[in-house]
Ligand binder design. Structure first.
Ligand SMILES: Nc1ncnc2c1ncn2[C@@H]1O[C@H](COP(=O)(O)OP(=O)(O)OP(=O)(O)O)[C@@H](O)[C@H]1O
Length: 651
């Protein structure tokens, strides 16, 4: 489990008082049992014949049983044997059930069938009878009985683990991890195991409760070890119930409360886990995985018409800055379409033109930046021809922009509430009090814990995560139909990254289109249906995210996938694309990636390379004359690494 997830889970679990009290109770009992030698007033077999079968007294706080043996001391010492037996069965239960379920769910095929059949068979086996048979063969050997109990329970656990693994296996971030060249073992450990923690702990607590019941049952029947255990205490108390009914109270209460506490812990874990996933993973991954292939060209240039249902159509966008006194183009000929409710990723290394493209769309370029050619049609309005008023309306209402640095995106001299209310008033033409109420509502929607307080705060009084949420609230104040998020989680602690992405996902689910600028393939796979890959100011590839992961058509995309740092394997060097994006004035006439490309041939340098369809997919295009020779890095990770080191250059 990542830090983020584990901390979030612990916090949610701590909000369940019954489960927390139960955990404390179970832990206390274990501690008392472990330190029985120190805590118990008598030895487990010490006799005090004068107090035989007596109730609570100052000498024997919980009374004394046959031969005057102290009940409290025997409960403490007996707990060692009982809980050790339970521990043995639980260890076997997990050691067999978890790996079997993970492998079955992840690999499928024959292993899956075998595990499922074993699980069916295990359900049909009468556990108590098997344990009686085992104890008949190994009389008094409770450890073997508990191992068998663990083995009999394991297929049930494997079944639960298998179904969770099956669900996780279908998610796109697992595909992204695969394309990064991670081994199955690492994927299972890093990506699948954390998702299993909740269900496994629930199963564990239920099984632990059952094991306590069975262990004491064996002791009660006289089939366990020949020493004091919780079960033998109950048996002894039952025998003497006519003479001293009290004796059944301490041991009976202890066993019942212990089993109940384990059940309550399981409930708490289940609820805390369910909250986690209902909060953070509504259904986006499935949507992405099943997203229909977008029809029509997604590599439009100035010639192709925008689809009728496009919310945003960008054509042949060129942006230039004055660099060292010369007008220098830093973005050349970018084009794409975006429909309502779609999420488009823009990915590429630093300096490839992602931010310039994103800010140019809303004409928010910094410094000397200006758009030198192209059109950006948003909701029917060409923003290139728009006057100041129209632009203000679009920025205040139609398009929301979330920048990399949440702090610098908010004005330090106004409270958060005032800033958001101002946008709301401009956009909705409502009263101050209505705008203030709407701002509070918005701050609540972005899950700021205390909206009232956040509204009264200045940006420097908020943490990075809270400031980013406030920034998102500000971006949403105009009820935009398009949100442009430029690396919205870059400056944030990992603990808040997932929440911010969830917010974006929720927005998208409500029909808002999203453009997400990112370096992170995992985030891209999680949130976006389609992506454009940028290099040196150009779109070098565009496709559905799934297509990019499975079948990249540009060596740069393949290199980026291979070099994804998120899935670095400890002890192994991370494959990398040698060199860096050249500065704009050094861009060559031919392919701009040529100097770093492992597949480069003389023809690549001869003339500008155009975006051309890749294969038969209607939404896939790449700017590479050798696109057929590009392979997904995970299929040939060694080869890509080698190629990226320039060993097999073609010229
Ligand atoms: N204000 C500016 N003045 C001059 N050049 C600029 C300016 N802003 C960006 N550039 C240049 O434009 C190119 C593209 O920069 P951009 O910020 O869009 O890259 P990027 O892909 O967003 O990278 P990152 O997000 O990692 O910073 C770079 O070569 C950069 O140096």
């Amino acid at each position: 489990m990542t830090d983020n997830q584990s901390r979030g889970f612990a916090a949610r679990f701590m909000r369940k008082p019954l489960a927390v009290a139960s955990l404390a109770y179970v832990t206390l009992i274990v501690i008392c049992v472990v330190f029985a030698g120190v805590l118990a007033p008598y030895g487990p077999e010490d006799q005090d014949l004068g107090s035989a079968l007596s109730g609570p007294s100052s000498q024997h706080l919980l009374g004394a049983g046959e031969l005057g043996k102290d009940v409290l001391s025997r409960m403490l010492y007996g707990g060692r044997i009982t809980l050790l037996g339970v521990l043995i069965s639980v260890v076997v239960f997990i050691a067999v059930g978890v790996p079997a379920g993970m492998v079955a769910g992840y690999k499928g095929g024959l292993i899956d069938k075998v595990v499922l059949r074993l699980a069916d068979a295990a359900y049909a086996i009468p556990v108590v009878i098997i344990l009686l048979v085992v104890l008949a063969i190994f009389p008094g050997n409770e450890s073997i009985a508990m191992v068998v109990l663990g083995l009999l329970g394991a297929p049930g656990l494997a079944r639960v683990v298998r179904s969770v693994t099956l669900g996780v296996r279908g998610e796109l971030y697992i595909r992204a991890a695969k394309v990064s060249g991670l081994s199955d073992a690492v994927i299972l450990r890093r990506h699948v195991l954390p998702r299993l923690a909740g269900p496994v702990i629930v199963q564990l607590s239920l099984f632990g409760a059952a094991a306590v019941g069975l262990e004491t049952g064996l002791g009660f029947l006289g089939l366990g070890v020949n020493q004091a255990t919780w079960g033998t205490l109950v048996a002894e108390a039952s025998t003497n119930i006519g003479n001293q009914p009290w004796l059944l109270v301490p041991s009976g209460l202890l066993i019942a409360s212990y089993i109940l506490a384990l059940g309550l812990i399981g409930d708490g874990v289940r609820d805390a886990t369910a909250e986690r996933y209902s909060l953070t993973r509504p259904s986006k991954n499935r949507q992405v995985a099943n997203a229909p292939v977008v029809t029509g060209s997604v590599a439009p240039d100035q010639r192709s018409a925008a689809p009728a249902d496009a919310l945003l159509s960008v054509r042949n966008l060129h942006v230039a800055f004055d660099i060292d006194g010369a007008e220098t183009e830093v973005v050349t000929g970018v084009g794409f379409d975006l429909r309502a409710g779609e999420a488009l990723g823009i990915v590429g290394e630093s300096g490839s033109g992602k931010t310039v493209t994103a800010t140019a769309l809303v004409r928010l370029l910094r410094g000397s930046g200006r758009i030198t050619a192209g059109s950006v049609v948003f909701d029917g309005t060409d923003l290139m021809d728009a006057d100041g008023d129209t632009l203000r309306r679009v920025r205040g209402g139609g398009v929301g922009f979330i920048g990399q640095d949440p702090i610098s995106g908010l004005d330090p001299s106004f409270t958060i509430g005032a800033q958001i209310a101002e946008v709301i008033r401009t956009h909705r033409r409502c009263s101050r009090s209505q705008a203030r109420a709407a701002a509070l509502d918005l701050l609540g929607r972005v899950k700021l814990p205390d909206p009232e307080r956040a509204a009264r705060s200045y940006v420097h009084q908020l943490s990075g995560g809270m400031a980013q949420r406030a920034g998102i609230a500000a971006a949403l104040a105009g009820e935009p139909s398009l949100v442009i998020a430029d690396e919205p989680t870059t400056a944030l602690d990992v603990t808040v990254q997932a929440d911010i992405l969830d917010l974006l996902r929720e927005l998208q689910d409500s029909g808002v289109a999203v453009i997400l600028v990112t370096h992170d393939w995992g985030v891209l796979a999680d949130l976006c249906e389609r992506a454009i890959v940028m290099y040196a100011g150009q779109v070098v590839e565009t496709a559905s995210v799934r297509m990019l992961l499975d079948n990249p058509g540009h060596p740069y995309t393949a290199g980026l996938l291979g070099a994804n740092p998120q899935h670095a394997v400890r002890g192994k060097p991370l494959p990398s694309i040698e060199g860096s994006v050249p500065p704009p004035r050094d861009w060559p006439t031919g392919c701009r990636f040529a100097s770093r490309c492992p597949l480069v041939v003389a023809a690549c340098r001869a003339e500008p390379v155009t975006l051309e369809p890749v294969g038969s997919a209607p939404d896939h295009a790449a700017r590479c004359i050798r696109q057929e020779d590009v392979v997904a890095p995970y299929r040939t990770s060694e080869r890509v690494v080698t190629l990226m080191k320039g060993v097999s250059r073609g010229d």
